[in-house]
Design a protein around this ligand. Structure first.
Ligand SMILES: [Mg+2]
Length: 307
């Protein structure tokens, strides 16, 4: 664990540094409040800090206030150090966002105990943050395929539409998926969905969007893909995802997909996403009707209606 010591007094810094190193901590030093703040705001900065109250440029409590105001980095455990020991200064110190308050000169045993508390708090904080990240991931992703879930891909489409330059919306559905499930079981079906998701992901560009729309249906938004390029890109994707079979438990399972696609351009910026989806869906239905394993491109949208 790395600790920042911020103190304008060189002797205090050195003594405190030796004390901390003896306890097994790695030590960083700052000679004033500005330097301390910059180091603490750094994404890879120390997670713990001992801040002297009186320092040139910015004092300890102000460093603390500014650090807390910039809440985009991991939590930093802050102990304020001062020779002030009145009740008012204690309250002021803690109000600035400091976690702990020690008067100088510090007792080594007490400091050690406070730092251990700090480490415990940081561990709890890290657990909370990763639990929150996990929840956020689960709320926006499909657990089986780890692609975006329906809510998230629809939200992304709604955000993309009003500022559209050119893009294409594709609805992709596995052909005869029920037969795969019936013949090989649902676990194999899940494996097929996972594999298709991976192939779709590999088949689109980094700035394209992709999500699981429903059971075996996937929604893809190709950014920057205009009506002229859509047929080729959709065909390529359709072939790429089904060109090789999947081996599951030494069984070779092959599958195909049908794709319904629609191109969207700036004239369609006010078109509701529902209209776009309905067109893609109708095209997908047409692709199924025409024999599956193919792409059907919907008629172009003009201001929300088919022309
Ligand atoms: Mg000082």
């Amino acid at each position: 664990m790395r600790i920042l010591i911020a103190d304008d007094d060189a002797i205090s810094r050195r003594m405190m540094g030796m004390m901390l190193q003896k306890m097994g901590y790695e030590v960083d030093c700052a000679e004033n409040g500005q330097d301390a703040l910059e180091r603490l705001l750094d994404q890879d900065g120390p997670r713990m800090a001992l801040l002297d109250w009186m320092m040139p440029e910015i004092d300890g409590p102000e460093v603390c206030r500014r650090l807390r105001a910039a809440n985009d980095r991991q939590y930093v455990y802050v102990i304020l150090l001062t020779s002030k020991d009145t009740r008012e200064s204690l309250v002021e110190g803690l109000d600035s966002g400091a976690d702990e308050y020690l008067t100088k000169p510090c007792n080594s045993q007490e400091l050690k105990a406070r730092l251990r508390t700090g480490e415990r708090i940081l561990q709890l904080e890290d657990k909370l943050v990763s639990a929150r990240e996990e929840m956020r991931f689960k709320a926006t992703h499909d657990t089986l395929t780890t692609l975006w879930n329906r809510g998230k891909i629809l939200e992304a489409l709604d955000e993309a539409l009003p500022q559209v330059d050119s893009m294409a919306v594709l609805m992709c559905d596995i052909d005869h998926f029920k037969a795969i499930n019936d013949q090989h079981g649902h676990l194999v079906g899940d494996e097929v969905l996972r594999e298709l998701a991976a192939r779709l992901r590999a088949g689109v560009r980094a700035n394209d969007l992709i999500g699981r729309f429903g059971g075996e249906e996937f929604l893809i938004v190709l950014n920057g893909c205009d009506a002229a390029r859509l047929p080729e890109r959709a065909e390529k994707l359709c072939k790429a995802v089904s060109e090789s079979s999947i081996s599951i438990d030494s069984r070779d399972i092959s599958f195909t997909v049908s794709i319904g696609a629609v191109a969207v351009d700036p004239l369609d910026a006010k078109t509701p996403s529902e209209t776009v989806l309905n067109l893609a869906d109708a095209a997908l239905y047409q692709a199924k009707k025409e024999g599956r394993n193919r792409v059907v491109i919907a008629q172009r949208l003009v201001r929300g209606s088919i022309c």
